[in-house]
Ligand binder design. Structure first.
Ligand code: KG4
Ligand code: ZN
Length: 331
């Protein structure tokens, strides 16, 4: 079954064609980073307008790369939420109307389930059940995953998402947007032990996160050391990154241990972080746990992961209805 996936929940317009939920025939991601860069974050109204401009060319490009016409697609899967509602509506309305016109099934997909399923687009997916850490610009949560579309939430951030903390700290230090990749690169030139930033664990049994304290600590440090800030930037970046990754790694390994699970998936934009990939593999490896992380191009928002989830809903006989609508908040 060839499924056209569509994703427009934030600042990426993406389309993909995925065969039988696992094999990517084409995946196109058109980023709006250039548009939002000067504002230091995503401007929702601009995002919606850019999606409207990009959706048709991006779908056409994905179909072209897959060597298929729209009429040869078996079903459409589209992100229904959570995300920016104006942005979501562009992809959602496009999918709904195209499926109606073509007379084919379509399905609204939860963006979070999309990220979790990104590991099934790789050669070595985890067997069920496994524990997943989703760390992105909008979410930081741990799930116990028992099948493709059944997730039990074990813990989540009480304030900022991990990626959001990276973006805000980068903005604070005037490094650019989005901050994750920039801080990741700068950290390679810094000493992660020189400046010790606080780690917030919220108690031994909690799987929740809090990143607002470390953000404040970086701000205070930068203000106090403003005269030598330029030469200290790599050390600040490395110290900040190490503190975040210590907490993420510790919590997901603990969650897996509590569930008696020896498989961990790491997904979402922050899963692209080189230090997190290395640290989780090492620390979980020492506990005899296997770690499953998608390739970098599947960590950030993409439509292949949406098509992969759509396949499992359709196989389970679940389809969307013309009365369905996009939703902005986590369900
Ligand atoms: O999954 P994603 O593309 O969009 C959301 O659903 O939020 O994640 C984007 C987030 C941004 O906050 C970005 O700064 C972060 O992922 N990110 C990273 C890295 N690459 C992207 N964070 C840390 N290290 C990276 N290498
Ligand atoms: Zn995402």
């Amino acid at each position: 079954m060839n499924i056209l996936g569509i994703e427009t929940s934030c600042d990426e317009t993406a389309a993909a064609v995925v065969k039988d939920g696992t094999s990517i025939l084409a995946s196109v991601v058109s980023s709006q980073v250039e548009v939002h860069h000067r504002y230091g974050g995503v401007v929702p109204e601009l995002a919606s307008r850019k999606h409207i401009e990009a959706i048709i060319p991006v779908v056409d490009e994905a179909l072209g790369k897959a060597g298929l016409r729209l009429t040869e697609i078996d079903a459409i899967a589209v992100t229904q939420g959570p995300g920016l509602v104006g942005a979501l509506l562009v992809g959602f309305s496009y999918a709904k109307s195209s499926a109606y016109a073509l007379g084919i099934p379509w399905i609204g997909v939860n963006h979070i389930e999309g990220h979790i399923n990104s590991v099934f687009l790789e050669d070595d997916p985890p067997a069920f059940p496994f524990v997943a850490l989703l760390a992105s610009g909008g979410h930081t949560s741990i799930y116990h995953v028992t099948d493709h579309i059944t997730l039990e939430l074990m813990g989540q951030t009480r304030d900022d998402a991990a990626g959001e903390a990276f973006d805000k700290v980068a903005k604070m230090l005037d490094l650019g947007y989005p901050g994750g990749g920039i801080i990741d690169r700068l950290s390679n030139q810094g000493d992660p032990t020189r400046i010790k930033f606080p780690r917030s664990y919220l108690g031994k049994t909690s799987f929740d996160f809090s990143f607002s304290g470390i953000k404040t600590a970086v701000n205070r440090y930068a203000t106090t050391h403003r005269n030598q800030i330029q030469e200290q930037i790599p050390d600040i970046a490395a110290g900040f990154q190490e503190a975040i990754m210590d907490v993420l790694t510790h919590k997901v390994i603990h969650a897996a241990a509590v569930k008696g699970c020896d498989r961990i998936a790491l997904v979402g934009g922050v899963a692209a972080n080189s230090r997190l990939r290395e640290k989780l593999r090492t620390d979980a490896g020492l506990r005899g746990m296997s770690v499953h992380i998608p390739s970098i191009h599947l960590c950030g928002d993409n439509a292949a992961m949406i098509a992969a989830v759509g396949y499992h809903y359709l196989v389970a006989g679940i389809e969307a209805d013309l009365g369905d609508d996009a939703f902005s908040k986590v369900k």
